[in-house]
Design a protein around this ligand. Structure first.
Ligand SMILES: N[C@H](CCC[C@H](N)C(=O)O)C(=O)O
Length: 276
């Protein structure tokens, strides 16, 4: 079946965007892995599928699939690209969108300068809801990785994140330690792993080894989770510029129970067609 797609990215975290409203699209983990493959497919970190909402209050539903074929709960960079995509495909004329995801509802605001602001909802901090095996909720947790104990934060933005503080992201052991923590047995659904360098109370640098993908050039939910973990440790204030390898996101969070807001760009690279 021949389908139209858009190739997009949020700060270099790249996506194949599929309109499942005006097109009949049936995906399987194998098809997703093929689409995401940078040699035999289009190549992307995630495949994002736009569908009609189940919730009558929502404008759209959007589903997120990692390059390994697994469906996941949330994608911050993808949410911004989604907002631009549905406008470009003339699926809506609205600039304020309510979107249903597996993690719940997201509120998206398209701004004039191609920036998109997303209300990502309140972070989830209870270990069993992250999910993360721990006796009780804490700002940080010891995590034994092959006999070496690391201090991590554990936060869910609908999807699970572990956050480690490092002195210098450029020399952080992302490739060596990322996979070990991603598949650590205390994270029963695996986990995204953020390596965070605090520069000041309103600026930090971050690299993320993403669950189901590997290191990406940016991770929106990762930036939100890292800021939340740093805020809980009183290392930053309520608004922080998070600099990732692909560019900078502005994250705002005023404390537990409050929503996290993420603002950043969304870029369309090209439109194409492919036989699925
Ligand atoms: N790898 C993530 C999904 C994509 C998140 C990321 N691309 C973002 O911008 O938030 C997970 O398995 O939870």
């Amino acid at each position: 079946m021949r389908v139209k797609f858009s190739k997009m990215h949020g700060l270099g975290n790249d996506f194949v965007m599929l309109d499942g409203i005006t097109q009949r699209i049936k995906l399987s983990p194998e098809k997703i892995r093929c689409l995401a493959d940078r040699h035999i497919g289009i190549g992307c970190d995630q495949v994002l599928l736009v569908e009609s909402p189940r919730n009558p209050d929502a404008d759209f539903r959007y589903r997120i699939f990692n390059a390994d074929g697994g469906e996941v709960e949330n994608c911050g960079n993808g949410a911004r690209c989604f907002a631009k995509f549905v406008r470009e495909r003339r699926l809506t004329g609205k600039k304020q969108l309510l979107v249903e995801t597996a993690a719940g509802m997201l509120e998206l605001s398209l701004m004039d300068d191609d920036q998109v602001s997303v209300d990502m909802g309140a972070p989830i901090l209870e270990p069993e809801q992250i999910p993360f095996a721990a006796d009780r909720r804490a700002e940080t947790y010891p995590l034994d990785v092959d006999g070496e104990v690391f201090t991590i934060g554990a936060v869910s933005m609908g999807n699970p994140h572990a956050v480690l503080l490092v002195d210098d992201v450029d020399t952080a052991p992302v490739a060596a330690l990322g996979p070990k923590i991603e598949s650590h047995q205390r994270f029963p659904q695996r986990v995204n792993v953020g390596f965070l360098q605090i520069e000041s109370r309103d600026r930090a640098r971050l690299r993320v080894f993403e669950r189901g993908v590997g290191e990406t050039r940016a991770c929106g939910t990762g930036a939100c989770a890292a800021m939340v973990s740093a805020r809980l440790r009183d290392l930053v204030d309520d608004s922080v510029e998070i600099a990732l390898p692909g560019g900078t996101l502005t994250i705002h969070w005023s404390g537990p129970g409050q929503p996290v807001t993420m603002t950043g760009p969304a870029t369309t690279v090209y439109h194409g067609q492919i036989v699925l």
